[in-house]
Ligand binder design. Structure first.
Ligand SMILES: [Zn+2]
Ligand SMILES: [Zn+2]
Length: 180
């Protein structure tokens, strides 16, 4: 784990470079046309939304050493820069891309993993923004509130970018009616 600002932003740079590279190369090598290329990207983003939920619920809030420890720090100090070593997520994503290329058409695999990487960046920046920015726009306020609620009720609202998986899997926070 690292808590430095430099490590945090270095990861954003590394992951962004990886996403651009994968999507660019994937688009170039994909032989199925623009429609299926776009579908591969949408599929990757959708897949990431579940990965986000899965990790937060079953890895960060359990006893998986590195993840649980880092996430506990985040719950203790939400404005901190606690994150994984900057090269680690990129290395994992690149390894998965390597495996994907072995079993799927190359262009499709690159687009899919490029979109998963993009989803991960969007998730990271969204999380940072939710804790560092006070939104005025009502919809954005509602979106951010979903995650702030998670900090008070850690057994609900595991999805950050979207409430979809919380709704489907029954972990969306529901305010109990006040007792009279
Ligand atoms: Zn948070
Ligand atoms: Zn959490």
């Amino acid at each position: 784990m690292s808590s430095t600002r430099t490590n945090y932003w270095a990861e954003v740079v590394v992951d962004s470079a990886l996403a651009v590279l994968l999507i660019h190369e994937g688009w170039r090598r994909h032989t199925g046309g623009a429609l299926t290329a776009t579908l591969a990207i949408l599929l990757g983003l959708f897949a990431f939304s579940f990965v986000e939920y899965f990790f937060h619920r079953w890895m960060f809030h359990t006893r998986v050493p590195l993840f649980a420890e880092g996430h506990r720090l985040h719950h203790e100090r939400p404005l901190g820069y606690d994150s994984l070593p900057f090269f680690l997520p990129g290395a994992v994503l690149l390894t998965l891309t390597g495996l994907g290329v072995l079993i799927l058409p190359v262009g499709f695999a690159l687009l899919l993993m490029g979109a998963v990487t993009l989803g991960y960046i969007v998730y990271g920046l969204s999380h940072f923004t939710i804790h560092h920015v006070r939104f005025k726009q009502p919809l954005l306020r509602r979106w951010a509130a979903g995650h702030h609620v998670h900090h008070y009720h850690p057994d609900s609202n595991f999805g950050l970018t979207t409430p979809l998986w919380d709704v489907l899997l029954g972990t969306r926070y529901v305010r109990r009616p006040r007792k009279r």
